[in-house]
Design a protein around this ligand. Structure first.
Ligand code: ADP
Ligand code: MG
Length: 474
């Protein structure tokens, strides 16, 4: 099979639940942590007839913020539409969404062009796990749901999951969504087509991918399936497919629906919004409220501080560590070597010691003490071995590195008089090795230095030992 002659095209549709206090069109609590079913509900989000929705301003603002961060165009005018379909998780018979006038159009993320970002309501949650009946939980019904659609400009599974990860990070930085995929707070749909010519092949949409891994696996699976069909001279059916996590396979769900199937029309219960007339929705106002964005942080870490890409990525993703790193290096007056040293010790040693999953870091090592440790290592007062040992002690008990080093006798002895004494002792204890060295065996010197290091419990400066030995043995 010659898979090189085929071109893969992917467009993503990503849904994210916004972390507002209340739901999209009523004041029921928006709480993804609630485990008891049907407690955060009211007649509006239960879809009772005769109730009236009202727009959640914070949700609109959240999507506009995303739009500004992505460099998209914010709508002057917008409205909400009814997307009509029947399903037990949407008892009104329609979902309130946006069709003709999305809040945001265009923009880019990580070089990928975006089509639009709009706002809608999440559906209730059905579960069919209990044999011959199904249950519906309305806690999720009416939760504000942002939908972002990309142009069909992605060409590999890896690129697709990278995009989704970057969007998740952006939403977290903006504080508009937790976007935890395991909890279903962010869900990815991948549109995939494969073609051997310039024309697009049949497009398949794989729904509700709940992890970055399944985004990649599902796309890889589909691409392979399409190529096999095309190689056999068959056509790829336009359809909606699901992803079976257990079998690691996609399966056909239904033939593709088209937008005209939904009979979209503006929801007469909701006001039309003239966004450009609302002061707090102005681009300039929103821009002022934006925090540092992930790609700006990435640039700062690599360009300004000279960090390796991998280290920068650790700090960009785990912002608690990014903050710790910044607190540490605030003591360095821009010394690049110290900054890099700190970055190395944090990413390869400290993070390994601290089991930190939440958004707060509780650690006994004050940033100032960590900074001091770096200075001791850089100046040669501590060997890197001793540095790591002290780091462990500081992690367990706190404290200041210099005091710990003194107490544990780990400061490298660079004082000549002391070193000379040790060298003399080692030379008189190892006369046969000394003879070997004098007859030209270089390895003998290494042995003597090793003995001296042992004598000083690793606290002597090996460079200095070498010099003194050479002087004595000339
Ligand atoms: P539809 O009307 O079939 O839902 P849209 O044009 O609205 O299609 O696009 C939905 C998603 O499908 C978008 O993310 C878009 O980038 C993607 N898409 C469109 N055409 C293709 C294609 N030929 N191959 C892969 N993805 C595509
Ligand atoms: Mg679609």
């Amino acid at each position: 099979m010659d898979s090189k002659k085929y071109k893969t095209t992917i467009g993503l549709e990503i849904h994210a639940e916004l972390s507002t206090q209340t739901k999209m069109f009523c004041n029921s609590k928006n709480d993804t942590e609630e485990k008891r079913p049907n407690v955060n509900v009211c007649p509006v989000c239960m879809g009772h007839p005769g109730t009236l929705p009202t727009v959640n301003k914070e949700a609109v603002k959240s999507v506009l913020k995303v739009g500004v961060a992505l460099g998209g165009k914010l709508a002057d005018f917008t409205e909400f539409d009814r997307k009509n379909y029947f399903y037990p998780d949407i008892p009104k018979g329609y979902q309130i969404s946006q069709y003709k006038y999305p809040l945001v159009t265009g923009g880019k993320l990580g070089g990928i062009e975006l089509t639009r970002v709009h706002l809608e309501e999440d559906t209730a949650k059905s579960s069919h796990e209990n044999g011959n009946y199904s249950l519906v939980d309305f806690n999720r019904a009416g939760v504000p749901l942002m939908e972002l659609v990309t142009e069909p400009v992605i060409h590999s599974a890896e690129e697709a999951s990278k995009f989704a990860k970057e969007l998740q990070l952006l939403l977290q930085y903006l504080g508009v969504a937790e976007a935890n995929m395991e909890k279903g707070e962010m869900r990815v749909e991948a549109n995939i087509s494969v073609s051997a010519s310039d024309e697009f092949g049949g497009k398949v949409e794989v729904k509700n991918l709940n992890s970055f891994r399944s985004v990649e696996r599902a796309i890889e699976y589909e691409v392979k399936r399409h190529i096999e069909l095309l190689e056999n001279g068959e056509k790829v059916a336009q359809e909606t497919r699901g992803w079976d996590e257990g079998k690691q396979k996609t399966f056909s769900q239904r033939l593709k629906e088209y937008s005209h199937d939904y009979r979209y029309f503006p929801d007469p219960d909701l006001p039309k919004l003239y966004l450009s007339e609302i002061p707090e929705f102005q681009r300039e106002t929103l821009e002022k409220e934006l925090p540092g964005l992930p790609w700006e942080k990435r640039e700062e870490y690599t360009k300004k501080f000279g960090l390796k890409d991998e280290d920068a990525e650790v700090f960009v993703r785990a912002t608690v560590w990014g903050k710790y790193f910044e607190d540490v290096i605030s003591h360095f007056k821009n010394d690049k070597d110290l900054i890099k040293l700190a970055s190395n010790y944090i990413t390869s040693d400290l993070i390994g010691l601290v089991d930190c999953q939440g958004s707060t870091l509780t650690i006994k090592i004050l940033p100032a003490s960590f900074a001091q440790l770096m200075v001791l290592i850089k100046s040669g007062k501590l060997s890197s071995r001793a540095g790591k040992d002290i780091l462990k002690i500081m992690y367990e008990k706190g404290g200041e590195p210099e005091k710990i080093a003194e107490k544990e006798n780990l400061l490298q002895k660079s004082d000549e008089g002391h070193i000379k004494k040790i060298v003399e002792k080692i030379i008189s204890d190892n006369s046969s090795v000394v003879v070997d060295y004098k007859s030209g065996k270089q390895a003998a010197l290494q042995f003597l230095i090793g003995q001296a290091m042992r004598e000083t419990k690793g606290s002597a400066n090996p460079e200095m030992l070498k010099k003194v030995f050479q002087k004595f043995l000339k």
